[in-house]
Write a protein that binds this ligand. Structure first.
Ligand code: PTJ
Length: 250
């Protein structure tokens, strides 16, 4: 659909179109539109801005990712369609791999997403047909399939738009989980080590910029950024912001 750039919701409409395109190409699952709609609703309540609590989370996320021995980026049909260049850019910056891990699993869609991201840079894509798979039985969805050289052996997992079940399982396995979720009440948001409450599209360029800066910081200072970070405070601050905005408009 042709969208007039002067439309007041131009940006938001463009993003929707990208996901619709993602469905046509077989990257995104139709349920991805529902997930996106939920995200949009929370983004609206948050004023479609990157707030201080998100900036704090971005800093902690950067510190965890740089300090990690074996970080990994886990992507799904929404994130791959929305931000392919930024996800690959982040992987290159961190010298880590991207693993496709799907809720609505199909082998075909995994390969379509791997091929799509490989067009940006194939070196950072962990290919499912070249890595052995590990099944984590205590995850009640197809997200239980993980690659041995990827999520299974990672110490820090960056997993935007996650579902709560796997976030909990990854934490139980002793991994640090960094997620992106516009809904501060979701089980993922409440469970993760670091929850960035912001739109993936807005925050990825900020995370990349922050990591470039944090690369100059020594290990002790990176450690104190992670130790001093309080995810609960960030979640509470986001809820307070939503509540204040609602009160003001009432
Ligand atoms: O490609 P698949 O099969 O792995 O499926 C991916 C989806 C996203 C459909 C699947 O993981 C799913 O159903 O996710 P949920 O449980 O609906 O959770 C998605 C969360 O992401 C919701 O809490 C939304 O608020 C949030 N969200 C959606 N779009 C964005 C977002 N958060 C940040 N930025 C967004 N652009």
């Amino acid at each position: 659909m042709q969208i007039d750039p002067s439309h007041p919701r131009f940006k938001s409409l463009k993003i929707r179109e990208k996901l619709v395109w993602g469905i046509k190409k077989g990257l995104t699952h139709p349920a991805g539109l529902l997930a996106h709609g939920r995200g949009e609703a929370f983004d609206y309540l948050l004023g479609e801005k990157t707030h201080d609590f998100a900036k704090k989370a971005i800093e902690a996320a950067g510190a965890y990712l740089i300090s990690a021995k074996n970080p990994i980026i886990s992507v799904n049909g929404n994130t791959s369609a929305l931000c392919p260049n930024e996800l690959v850019g982040l992987a290159k910056l961190l010298n880590c791999k991207i693993e496709v891990n799907l809720f609505h699993y199909s082998k075909k869609r995994v390969v379509i997403i791997e091929n799509y991201l490989s067009r940006v840079d194939s070196k950072v894509i962990l290919r499912s047909n070249k890595s052995s798979k590990i099944i984590f039985p205590d995850i009640a969805s197809w997200r239980k399939i993980m690659l041995k050289e990827g999520i299974a052996s990672a110490d820090v997992v960056f997993v935007p738009l996650e579902d709560g079940d796997r976030a909990e399982a990854l934490i139980r396995l002793g991994k640090k989980v960094i997620t992106v979720d516009l809904n501060p009440l979701s089980r993922t948001a409440q469970t993760a080590t670091v929850t960035i409450i912001d739109n993936l599209i807005r925050l990825l360029p900020l995370l990349i910029k922050k990591i470039k800066k944090l690369k100059m910081v020594d290990a002790d200072n990176l450690k104190s950024l992670t130790i001093n970070y309080n995810n609960k405070t960030c979640l509470n601050n986001s809820l307070k912001l939503i509540s204040d905005r609602l009160k003001k408009s009432g």
